[in-house]
Structures are given as structure tokens and as C-alpha cells.
Ligand binder design. Sequence first.
Ligand code: ZN
Length: 134
Amino acid sequence: MIEKIEHIGIAVKDLDKANKIYEQLLGTSPYKMETVDSEEVNTSFFKTGESKVELLQATKNESAIAKFIAKKGEGIHHIAFAVKDIHKEIKRLKETGYTIINEKPKKGADNKLVCFVHPKNTKGVLIELCQEIP
Ligand code: ZN
């Protein structure tokens, strides 16, 4: 079951500058900043009610975020949905014909298990499923 939009991920070139912009916009400071080595990103998270905004900056030139920005520029990179049971959702979506980029969920930012659904199946939007690690 999909529970809610957990966060929206935004690819940025300069995390410090982006933090200031989003701090002013949202009237709150990031509650967490975290480097995720598996994804080669520095992240910061803002609470916006039930959902969050995640800013992502590449730590390497070859990382997925760097490639995304080179191709499309800064902007919305993915939408993340919170799920109760990520394994169950992966199975359900696979059976329905979606391409799951990593079928084995990996540890993402903000204490979550995550997997991604290929944007070719979702009208060009990269979808993240995430489950809180208890
Ligand atoms: Zn995310």
C-alpha cells in the first residue's frame, strides 16, 4: 500500500546555496544533512507538514545526480512514496509490468529502505518507494 508522498527530491548544483533558498522559502532550516555514499550525494531534508523536501547534490562527476543535471538542469529529480512493505510493493509493481531499477531495496538517506521505479513506465518521472527502517 502506498501511504503518502514522503518527499520530493530536487537536484541542485550547490547545496549550500540551495539550502538558503529553501530555508527562506519554507521558513525552516534543514532538520538533517546527510551524505549517502551508495548514491554519491550530499542531501538535506526540510519538513513541510507531512511531507519533506530533499535537496540532492552530487559528490562525484559520474554520479546519477550529476548526469541528471548535465542533461536536464537543476530541478525535480524524483517523487518518493512511503510504503508499509517495500518488498511487497516491488513484487506487485513488477508483476504489473513496471521496471524496478534496484529490485533489492538499498539503504537510502533518512533511515529508509529505498528502491526506484524507472521513469519510462511513469511518464518521465523517477519514482522512489521508501520504507522506514524500524
Ligand atoms: Zn529521495
